[in-house]
Design a protein around this ligand. Sequence first.
Ligand code: FES
Length: 96
Amino acid sequence: MKRAKSEWAGALLVCAKCSKKLGGGFGPKGRERLAKALRREPGFGKGRKAVVGVVEVKCLGLCPKDAVTVVDTRRPGEWLVVPAGSNVTELATRFP
Ligand code: FES
């Protein structure tokens, strides 16, 4: 099996379906998807050079109203329900 090195210290799994239901829900106009907004924060991204990978995944089965389900792979026992319109910069500080 081949291996590829990555800088990721962890990853955030962001429910794509929650984001779709909100029509985005984040950013200045409330139209941006949470994953995209998070990837703009320093250290976050989808490439291997990011410190925290941000990956959109299918429905996680929690399906909150007006919010997005997020799983931090470093703390898989506690899922986060991020309300639409939350401050993404502030949210990013929870995942050093
Ligand atoms: S729609 Fe996001 S957890 Fe089900």
